[in-house]
Each structure stands twice: as structure tokens, then as C-alpha cells.
Design a protein around this ligand. Structure first.
Ligand code: ATP
Ligand code: MG
Length: 137
């Protein structure tokens, strides 16, 4: 059994579709074992996306991620990391497969509704970024 970090991004909380997105996770066999609605500070968003610090879209991404509330969640299941990324679809919604969250809900490459960890080590670090062991049940 594996765990991954999911973020429902501000474009999705603004449109009040967090429940629809969580339903996609649950239908895929992923279980929400921790969940919190928060507003990211600029410092938190910059730190979370530090790996992208040199990318041209970094400043805009940080502004977007702090533009409204997000829902941070730990998802658990068999192959949770890969399964979550499958359910999310490609980063660019125009390239995302039919039936994926980003195909159905994303507004743009930046405002693409969800984040999901991309590997076991990043998943562990991203979960620790937001949750303590006691938060995860
Ligand atoms: P995430 O890390 O959010 O799960 P990802 O792994 O599919 O998505 P990354 O390449 O890690 O994509 O980029 C992180 C986020 O930065 C993307 O989800 C998107 O919001 C934004 N982003 C990535 N590439 C671009 C781009 N070319 N233009 C604008 N925003 C971008
Ligand atoms: Mg990524």
C-alpha cells in the first residue's frame, strides 16, 4: 500500500468542484486518509514548488497557488502515486486523456485543478510538508 500527496488547486475550489474531484479519486480506489483546506502563504508555495524555481512559469505558478484556498490530501491505495497521476491526466489539459480530471475540469496548463506527487521520495517529502503522522488515519 502506497501514499501520495494531492492538492486540489485554487481554480477548482473557486468553482466549488472539490467533491467531484474527490469522487474521482475514490472511484479509482484511492482512499482519503488526511485532508485539510488551507490558504498557502507565498513562502509555502515557493518552498513547495522550489524544484521549479528556475522555470519561466514559477512566479506565475506561485501567484496562482496563493490566489485562493486549496485542499491538501493524502491519498492511499495500491500504486497510489501512479494511479493518482493516471486519474489526474497530463499536465496540459489539451493533451490529457478523456475521462481524466484535467481533461474534464482544468482551465489551462497552469490552472489545471490538481497536483499529485510524481515519485515515492517526492510523495514522502510532500506529505511531510503538510501533515504529521498523527493527521493520517
Ligand atoms: P503537478 O506537479 O502539479 O502534479 P505535473 O507534475 O503534471 O503537475 P510539473 O511539470 O511538475 O507538472 O509542473 C508543476 C505545475 O506547474 C503544473 O501542474 C502546472 O500547474 C504548472 N506548470 C507546469 N508547466 C507549465 C507551463 N509550461 N506553463 C504554465 N504552468 C505550468
Ligand atoms: Mg510535478
Amino acid at each position: 500500500i502506497e501514499r501520495t500527496l494531492s492538492i486540489i488547486k485554487p481554480d477548482a475550489t473557486r468553482r466549488n468542484i472539490t467533491g467531484e474531484i474527490v469522487a474521482r479519486f475514490e472511484k479509482a480506489g484511492l482512499r482519503v486518509v488526511a485532508s485539510r483546506r488551507i490558504r498557502l502563504s507565498e513562502m509555502q508555495a515557493k518552498a513547495f514548488y522550489a524544484v521549479h524555481a528556475e522555470k519561466p512559469f514559477y512566479g506565475s505558478l506561485v501567484a496562482f497557488m496563493t490566489s485562493g484556498p486549496v485542499v491538501v490530501q493524502v491519498l492511499e491505495g495500491e500504486n497510489a502515486i501512479a494511479k493518482n497521476r493516471e486519474v489526474m491526466g497530463a499536465t496540459n489539459p489539451e493533451k490529457a486523456a478523456p475521462g481524466t480530471i484535467r481533461k474534464d475540469f482544468a482551465e489551462s496548463m497552469e490552472a489545471n485543478s490538481v497536483h499529485g506527487s510524481d515519485a515515492p521520495e517526492t510523495a514522502a517529502n510532500e506529505i511531510k510538508f503538510f501533515f504529521s503522522d498523527l493527521d493520517i488515519v
